[in-house]
Design a protein around this ligand. Structure first.
Ligand SMILES: NC(=O)c1ccc[n+]([C@@H]2O[C@H](COP(=O)([O-])OP(=O)(O)OC[C@H]3O[C@@H](n4cnc5c(N)ncnc54)[C@H](OP(=O)(O)O)[C@@H]3O)[C@@H](O)[C@H]2O)c1
Length: 262
């Protein structure tokens, strides 16, 4: 299926690894010109080179921390008028007892998970409105919808982001600017590999065994973690021409872990 976005321009924040990379790959394969941000230069440049090679699209790396004003300025001066914005970051640290989460932890995580996407939307959505075409996708977390004590730094800021983005989505939908959220459960990404390889080392097990432990504990019906490139395909779908009547939605992609009817 042709998503009808060949020649469009996209910012993908946090696109050098994991689901951000999967999203960037799907967009590059649709002929979208990409501006990808991340903090670590080497991984970012490697990713951009790989995506350009496999897709033939133009892929520009921007080494920047999108949670800082300087980082946002670097990204927006490289690409001031994107047609598409994908917001993403690394998973916030897992939390233990809710009483141990400090104010500083909140502030750092709010900057990256909530305020950065809000700032980007404020900067780029007005231009999309003027040009009569725009797509924004926020990569959040299933924990936004289904809270858990271990995800206290991840779920609440993204629940706020979903609320904000739906409010903005309603204000701009008549201008063909569509804003949606994709909320992942567990997927194989760089962050997840780091976490479960470290657990495997500590427990004398393998990555696969640690993943299976989580699957069993959380009873994931698909009996596996998701694939970040499959995930990216859904992000690209929300960025498509065909998404012109879909806005303010939050799609959970979690292998069936959540059991709400709607
Ligand atoms: N993986 C899962 O199973 C899972 C489950 C639920 C929710 N999620 C959510 O999905 C999102 C992506 O997770 P992931 O596992 O794909 O993460 P990941 O593998 O760590 O990839 C994150 C990407 O974002 C970049 N990044 C992080 N912070 C940044 C910043 N401040 N400025 C610019 N770039 C930044 C990273 O590169 P640099 O480090 O070089 O900056 C990397 O390219 C997160 O919001 C996470 O909470 C993931």
């Amino acid at each position: 299926m042709d998503l009808g976005i060949r020649g469009k321009t996209a910012i993908v924040n946090g696109g050098s690894a994991g689901m951000g990379r999967g999203s960037a790959l799907a967009l590059a394969n649709e002929g979208v010109n990409l501006y990808i941000s991340a903090r670590s230069q080497e991984r970012l440049e490697n990713t951009c080179r790989e995506l350009a090679e496999v897709s033939g699209s133009k892929v520009t790396p921007i080494v920047a921390d999108h949670s800082t004003p300087e980082g946002r300025e670097a990204i927006l001066s490289a690409c001031p008028e994107p047609d598409i914005l994908v917001t993403n970051c690394s998973p916030p640290p897992f939390t233990g007892d809710y009483k141990t989460v400090a104010r500083e932890d909140w502030m750092t995580n709010l900057e990256v998970t909530l305020l950065s996407p809000v700032e980007f939307m404020k900067q780029v959505v007005p231009g999309m409105v003027e040009r009569g075409w725009g797509r924004v996708v926020n990569i959040g977390t299933g924990a936004a919808k289904f809270p858990a004590e271990v995800r206290i730094l991840s779920g609440p800021p993204r629940a706020a982001l979903v609320n904000y983005s739906v409010a903005v989505a309603k204000a701009v939908a008549r201008h063909n600017v569509m804003i949606n959220n994709v909320l992942p459960g567990m997927h194989h990404t760089a962050a997840i590999e780091d976490r479960y390889k470290a657990a495997a080392k500590a427990h004398g097990t393998s990555y696969e065994e640690e993943v299976q432990k989580f699957i069993d504990e959380w009873r994931i019906p698909a009996n596996k973690f998701g694939d970040s490139e499959d995930f990216g395909a859904f992000v690209a779908l929300f960025c498509s021409e065909q998404a012109a009547y879909v806005t303010g939605q939050s799609l959970v992609i979690d292998g069936g872990i959540t059991n709400a009817t709607f």
